[in-house]
Design a protein around this ligand. Structure first.
Ligand SMILES: C[S@@+](CC[C@H](N)C(=O)[O-])C[C@H]1O[C@@H](n2cnc3c(N)ncnc32)[C@H](O)[C@@H]1O
Length: 284
């Protein structure tokens, strides 16, 4: 790219050089990535940068931007380069130890809000995105969140401290916490099948343990849902993020675990994204 160089450059020149370089290697959203990176580095909003594109960025910002562009050209995700990702209304610190929270996962939080739970258990918390968003949006709700990855738990715990939510979310290592009753279980477990085609940004950079449960993509659901009845954990409602085409199979697993009423919910793109299960109450 035309380097911003030691003497700095205009935002316009820096953005257009980066956009061209990103396009040349086949990055899907070259202009947006350039704007988000420069905004993150300069501490300005992307709208402000574009509105004032003739303004110079400082030499130090130019150097940081050149380094960020170099990393992005190797397909490192923008969120890892900047070290943060917005989810709902919170900002989470993220790095290669955790999956980058996706907008579609906000469905789990939206479902939790409708349920108005007093207690929520999250399985596979990663960066803590769902647990921390639930804790921040449902006052008084007690949240318990676990992960099999100790690396991920370190990230989640430090996000909880940074967001001032450490006293509202209790973290544990593993799949199941100590036996107890919760109003709702939510989980975005790994569900990508081994042969699925993924962009290099995901395949080469995000933790495999957060993506691939095995050959079919259903293995983690099979293992975790089958273990639920013997876990000592009780909950009347469960919500699971799923991949497109997995809805019926996951709903059958959820019914098998005793949640008689199941639903398969599409995301905004119309793809199957969430399976919910509710225990049927018997009338007296
Ligand atoms: C798809 S990521 C989701 C992370 C986060 N909840 C989010 O939505 O951004 C799945 C997470 O589940 C964890 N995980 C994988 N298998 C698990 C299991 N059997 N029990 C609990 N956590 C598991 C992974 O370590 C990873 O952090």
């Amino acid at each position: 790219m035309a380097s911003a160089g030691a003497g700095g450059a205009s935002a316009r020149d820096a953005l257009s050089a980066a956009t061209d370089a990103f396009s040349a290697v086949g990055i899907d959203t070259p202009r947006i990535d350039a704007e988000v990176l420069l905004a993150g580095i300069t501490g300005r909003s992307a709208a402000d940068l574009v509105a004032n594109r003739e303004e110079q960025i400082s030499p130090a910002e130019s150097r940081s931007f050149s380094e960020a562009v170099r990393r992005r050209l190797r397909r490192e995700p923008v969120a890892y380069i900047l070290g943060s990702k917005g989810f709902r209304h919170i900002d989470l610190a993220v790095d290669g130890r955790v999956l980058i929270p996706r907008p579609e996962t906000e469905m789990l939080v939206e479902f939790a809000l409708l349920e108005e739970p007093g207690s929520v258990l999250e399985l596979g918390t990663g960066s803590g995105a769902v647990a921390l968003a639930v804790a921040s949006e449902i006052p008084g709700c007690e949240v318990t969140a676990g992960d099999v990855s100790t690396d991920a738990l370190e990230v989640a715990r430090s996000n909880a401290v940074r967001l001032g939510l450490a006293d509202r979310v209790c973290f544990f290592h593993g799949t199941w916490p100590t036996p107890g009753t919760f109003d709702l279980i939510v989980a975005n477990l790994p569900y990508v099948a081994l042969g699925d085609d993924l962009p290099p940004d995901v395949r080469d950079w995000e933790p495999p343990g957060a993506l691939f449960p095995g050959e079919t993509g259903l293995e983690c659901f099979e293992e975790v849902i089958a273990a639920l009845p013997g876990s000592g954990v009780e909950a009347p409602v469960i919500a699971l993020e799923v991949g497109h085409g997995q809805g019926e199979q996951v709903a059958a697993l959820v019914r098998g675990a005793g949640f008689g009423e199941t639903g398969i919910h599409p995301d905004l793109a119309g793809l199957e994204r969430m399976v919910t299960g509710r225990r049927q109450t018997t009338s007296p």
